[in-house]
Ligand binder design. Structure first.
Ligand SMILES: Cc1ncc(COP(=O)(O)O)c(C=O)c1O
Length: 378
């Protein structure tokens, strides 16, 4: 056996959509991006959705639109991917690392309160592995302190928390369609908000400062009318090359249709893991998984003997990972405030196991069998 940790679930539907884009010979920023954005707005019941080339870009722009003065602070969990905190540095702001809740490993609201000071301007919550941060508590806490709330939804796509889609609790939500995520476009992202005013410049910011639907005006280039200025655009904001393209959006449209089935399968796999390791003493589920309620991009365990277990699973052809080295321990971020003992302690025990919609029952059974074997041999 050779079992991958993550794997995109792509096939005929995506190929058909790409072929369509090829046949129209419009594969850059175009109508498919627009169509995907419209579908995304319906999917989340949100006001504005703008397609980007990554969640990293979404996080960068999410902070950018507020125009915070240089040197202000942003509260961010230490246990997250680099992009969540890099976006703070891109904006010349200062990350303040918040420790994990010992049960959910999401941002600890208690530590959040401890780390807050008057220089803080925003908080980025990450729904770690897909388990929701209690947004019903976080948002009022942030509002009382006049902090903006950005949700990093790279690990959750399609879940509601207390009746409201994750990603729409804060001021801005950021999604990732990178290939390991719940749904993919190869690489891609989406920035969403229920306040259109907030994202009014993002269409220009994502495409080098140009706010123009080029594919709509393309036919004007050969229209024998009296307009000799069809090519004109104005630059009003500093933009980046962050746009999604029609190839990515074509894949995304197919993936969005498949998302409920893919999420359901992930839930089934998590239930199989949970049943399969329920009697083990040295290997425990990393989080209080509730796959019937939420969607999970990762499944992890807490193991007494992390390195031995990783090596053992490797020898059986089972890929593992570790998400993440807490960012305050990374050389890049060492200079920033980061007393996060829970994240550090968990880091020495956490192992990520394979989770993707194409995993077969046989593969999950094989992994579970070897987790049991490992404990027996200890
Ligand atoms: C929590 C988190 N935030 C942001 C990102 C960045 O996503 P992207 O690769 O789409 O830029 C990732 C990617 O792994 C992530 O895990």
């Amino acid at each position: 056996m050779n079992i991958r940790l993550f794997k995109p679930s792509v096939g005929e539907e995506e190929l058909t959509n790409i072929k369509d884009a090829f046949e129209r010979s419009w594969i850059g920023l175009g109508p498919k991006v627009n169509e995907f954005e419209e579908e995304w707005k319906k999917f989340l019941s949100c006001d504005t959705a703008i397609g980007l080339n990554s969640a990293t870009a979404a996080l960068h722009l999410a902070l950018k639109v507020f125009g915070f003065p240089e040197g202000k602070k942003v509260l961010v969990p230490s246990l997250t991917f680099s992009s969540t905190a890099s976006a703070i540095l891109y904006n010349r702001l200062i990350p303040v690392f918040v420790d994990s809740d010992p049960v959910t490993l999401g941002m600890s609201l208690e530590d959040l309160n401890n780390k807050y000071d008057k220089d803080c301007v925003a908080v980025i919550s990450v729904h770690y592995a897909g388990h929701p941060v209690p947004m019903d508590k976080l948002v009022p806490w942030a509002n009382e302190r006049n902090l903006k709330v950005i949700e990093d939804c790279a690990h959750t796509t399609g879940a509601n928390y207390k009746g409201r889609p994750l990603g729409t609790w804060g001021d801005i939500g950021c999604y990732s369609f990178e290939e390991k995520k719940l749904m993919t476009t190869g690489d891609g992202g989406m920035i969403v908000s229920n306040d259109p005013e907030l994202l009014k410049d993002v269409k220009a910011m994502r495409w080098v400062g140009i706010d123009k639907d080029n594919w709509k005006t393309a036919k004007e280039y050969t229209n024998a009318n009296k307009d000799a200025m069809h090519w004109y655009y104005e630059l009003n904001v500093l933009g980046y090359k962050y746009n999604m393209n029609d190839l990515a959006a074509s894949i995304g449209l197919a993936q969005l249709k498949k998302l409920p089935a893919m999420n359901k399968r992930r839930g089934e796999i998590i239930n199989m893991y949970m049943d399969g390791i329920s009697k083990l003493k040295s290997i425990k589920p990393l989080l209080p998984y509730e796959p019937d309620k939420y969607v999970y991009q990762m499944f992890g365990v807490r193991a007494e003997n992390k390195e031995d277990l990783i090596l053992y699973l490797k020898s059986k052809g089972i890929a593992t990972g570790c998400h993440y080295t807490p960012l305050h321990m990374q050389p890049l971020f060492k200079e920033y405030q980061g007393n996060c003992p829970v994240a550090e302690k968990e880091y020495y025990k956490m192992i990520t196991l394979p989770l993707h919609a194409d995993l077969t029952d046989e593969e999950v059974e094989y992994i579970v069998e070897h987790l049991n074997e490992f404990e027996k041999d200890q």
